[in-house]
Design a protein around this ligand. Structure first.
Ligand SMILES: Nc1ncnc2c1ncn2[C@@H]1O[C@H](COP(=O)(O)OP(=O)(O)OP(=O)(O)O)[C@@H](O)[C@H]1O
Length: 241
């Protein structure tokens, strides 16, 4: 199937997801269009990671539909979702500790779906000077923040159209977290769409076009950052901050 220019990159419609008998997502809708940055928010256990895993085909929905660039997710394996340009940076990361920074990055390298090679090793190292300084270090020698940079760098090496970032700055020192936000901004400016999950809603809303709040597996808010900031009682109610 060929994609039309305005067709969503990701389209989630009325999705229900279960873990065994536990009903986690209750009819969730989410659309990601080209170039959009979306904040996905909610307290712990509300279903954010489950929604991301559902999009990646890591967890199969029990109802509703997911389309990735118009392709029905039911016919796609996770690696095919990735090949369609969706890069997933899971919570807790996932680098190869026994490989060097350089090897971790080069292993991931591939052109984008349309043959684009915008993100090369050089560009990733320009973007993450800390990684450039540690090119020959093993993955396991990196700090938590550097590991997060490496995971994002690896995702960029696949020249994705959408970057999914779960718990973008969880557990990182404030200075490193700031660096991750700077990179999110650069990614946005480069035209890559993203879904960003992070507890720091103030930072998230500084860079997002649209924000979605999940409560017990249901979307209770969807709107731009200005609209969300204008409703502090909503933020307190749904995010507990
Ligand atoms: N593999 C699993 N098996 C059973 N239940 C699960 C599994 N993974 C998550 N859950 C449950 O599903 C619910 C939603 O979890 P999920 O990780 O999607 O939430 P979240 O919003 O991402 O929260 P967090 O910030 O804590 O990761 C929680 O009640 C969680 O305990």
């Amino acid at each position: 199937m060929t994609q039309t220019a305005d067709e969503p990159l990701i389209e989630v419609r009325g999705v229900h997801t279960h873990y065994g008998a536990s009903h986690i997502l209750h009819g969730v809708n989410l659309v990601v269009r080209r170039g959009e940055t979306i904040g996905l928010m909610g307290r712990n256990g509300m279903g954010k990671t489950t929604l991301l895993k559902t999009i990646m085909g890591l967890v199969r929905p029990s109802g509703g539909q997911v389309h990735i660039r118009g392709h029905d997710l039911r016919r796609l394996a996770t690696h095919q979702v990735a090949r369609l340009g969706v890069a997933y940076v899971p919570e807790g990361r996932g680098i190869f500790g026994n490989l060097s920074v350089r090897e971790n990055l080069l292993m991931a390298a591939r052109p984008g779906l349309d043959g684009r090679r915008d993100w090369t090793l050089e560009r990733v190292l320009d973007t993450f000077p800390r990684l450039a300084e540690r090119l020959d270090h093993g993955g396991q020698q990196l700090s938590g923040g550097e590991q997060q940079m490496l995971t994002i760098g690896r995702a960029l090496m696949t020249n994705p159209d959408v970057l999914i970032l779960d718990e973008a700055t969880e557990g990182l020192a404030p200075l490193i977290a700031r660096e991750i936000w700077r990179i999110c901004d650069l990614i946005r400016a480069s035209g890559i769409s993203s879904i960003i999950v992070d507890k720091n809603w103030r930072h998230v809303t500084q860079i997002t076009d649209r924000n979605v709040i999940l409560v017990k597996g249901r979307v209770v808010f969807e709107g731009d950052s200005q609209t969300l900031r204008a409703q502090p009682e909503r933020v307190t109610q749904h995010l507990g901050v």
